[in-house]
Design a protein around this ligand. Sequence first.
Ligand code: SAM
Ligand code: SF4
Length: 336
Amino acid sequence: MRLLLNKGGEIRKLFVGNKVYFRGLIEFSNVCNKDCYYCGIRNSNLTVNRYNLTDNEILEAAKFADENRFASIVLQSGENSSRAFADRITGLVAHIKQLSSNRLGITLSVGEQPESVYRQWFEAGAHRYLLRIETSNQELYGKIHPNDKQYDFNRRMDCLYSLKNIGYQTGTGVMIGLPFQTITDLVNDLLFFQQFGIDMVGMGPYIEHSETPLYAFRNELLPIQERFNLSLKMIATLRILMKDINIAAATALQAIDPLGREKGIKAGANIIMPNITPGSYRNDYSLYENKPCIDEEPAQCLGCLDARIALADCEIGYGEWGDSIRFINNKKKISG
Ligand code: SAM
Ligand code: SF4
C-alpha cells in the first residue's frame, strides 16, 4: 500500500505540481427533495433542523473566500427542482462574480437539473459542476436509492454528459465502502472516470448515518479504517490512471482520521474544500456521523490549513483558480 500511495503523490507532483487549491465550500441549504438511502439530510429524516442561508449570508461567505484569496468557492445544497431555486442560483452566481470582480471561480453542486437550467447557470458565470455518480454500477445504484423514476441512473449519467457538453469543468465521484459494493465495482468506477474523460473527481469513504435506511447494513460494512485505506488507494490509483485531472481530498476522509485530507494529498489529491459555511449551520448539514470542523468558524479553520498542507510537502495555491489541466488542454485542442 505504501508504494502505491507514494507513487500517487509522485505522479501528482510531476504532472500537476505541489500546489493544493482551495474550494471554499458553502453548504447553503440542507433542504432536499430527495431520499437517497445513505444521506443524513434526506427528505424523510425528520430529526434534521432544516435551514436555508439568506442571500446575504451566502454573499458574506463568498466575500470571506475572496478576501482570503481562496480564488474558488463551491455552492452545495440538497436537491431542489423548482423554478424559483434555479433563478435564485442564477442571481447568486452573477452577484458573486460581480462582488469579486470576477476573481472567484464558482463550482455548483446542487444535483440533477434540466439541461436548460445548467446552461442558465453556466451563462451566469458558474464554470465547474460536481455531480457524483455515487457508483458506476447501475444495479448497486438501484440498491442505494429508492426504486422510483426520480432516481434513474441513466438520467444522472445524462446530466453528466449535459454538463460536459455545455462546457463546464465536470466533476464526479463515488462513495467507497458502500454496502453491497465489491472491489470490481471500484475498479469499474475508476475506468468509468477515464472513459467519460472526467475533469475532476471527489470521492471518499461512505460513512453510515443512523437516521438512514442503509444503517440497517452497518454490520456488513468494511471496518472504517479499511474504508479509509481503500479511499487512499483509490486516489493514488486514479492519479496514476488520470495524471492531469483535479482530485479532491474529500472531507469524509477527515471524519475518520484527523489527518485524512493531508493523507489524501500525499496519495495524489490536489484540491481541498475548506468548509466556509457559517459555523451555526454546520451541525445541520450532517451527511454522516462525525463530520469534522463543525464547531469551528471559517477563520479558525484557515489558521490550521497552511500548516497541515505543509505537512504533506505541498503549498496552497492562494489566489489561483487551479483549473483542471486536462480540461485546459482539451479546450486548447478544440479551439486550436
Ligand atoms: N444534493 C446534491 C447531490 O446529491 O448531488 C449535492 C449534495 S450531496 C450531500 C453531496 C454528496 O454527499 C453526495 O453526492 C454523496 O456522495 C455524499 N454523501 C451523502 N451521504 C454520504 C454518506 N453517508 N457518506 C459519505 N458521503 C455521503
Ligand atoms: Fe439530497 Fe444529495 Fe443527500 Fe441525495 S445525496 S438526499 S440528493 S442532499
